[in-house]
Design a protein. Sequence first.
Length: 233
Amino acid sequence: MTRPDIVLYTANTMNGWKPLIFLHEAQIDYELVPIDFGKKEQKAPDYLRLNPNGRIPTIVDRGADDFAVFESGAILWYLAEKYDRFLSHDPKERSETLQWLMFQMGGIGPMMGQAMFFQRIAKPNGDEVPYAIDRYVTESRRLLEVLDTRLAGREWLVGDAMSIADIATYPWARSYFWATVSVDGLPNLQAWFDRIDAMPRVQEALQLPEPRPSAFGKGDTEAAAAENAARFR
Ligand SMILES: N[C@@H](CCC(=O)N[C@@H](CS)C(=O)NCC(=O)O)C(=O)O
């Protein structure tokens, strides 16, 4: 049996799911290395040599002299070029895809991430900052409205097929429950969720490295929230 080129270091988080979705949807064989935040594996010296930011995800490409890539957007871009999937060759469509990828990396991710932090970690641990919660929830909602407007009359963020822009954006936007951001009145966004929710390989990827239904408002979300907050005490 040949060893797969790609080794993926990841965890079951919004950024961590992105390369999993790519690899499963493209049906590419890879080696999964789950990173345990509880053991601070993302801060271990060997891992920091691959990802100086000490976060997940990271890939190592054995097919390219063990070349390491960190930052989830750069990982998706690298995989898109290596496997010629989910990124158009047409210069304008390619640029549009990268624009929406950057919109996720610079907007949706950081804003929803902070909305999650202040509500799911700071607040239950006794440090409630209403100004920050309002700021990040309001900005997250505004960004989801931008997505909703973009998706009017189209199935995908760019072109007529799923791209790395959709792959990057879906795990974040779809975690609106965990960020406590409403998607009421955003029918185009909800239709896009439905479309991707119905893709079996995407849903298979979201079960890895282990299932986390609470991110999407499923299962015992209260217990999951309490357990999550306790990890940061
Ligand atoms: N901009 C980075 C962000 C990565 C990031 O924040 N990863 C989080 C999980 S979603 C993480 O590793 N957290 C663990 C930690 O902060 O130590 C990317 O997109 O890859």
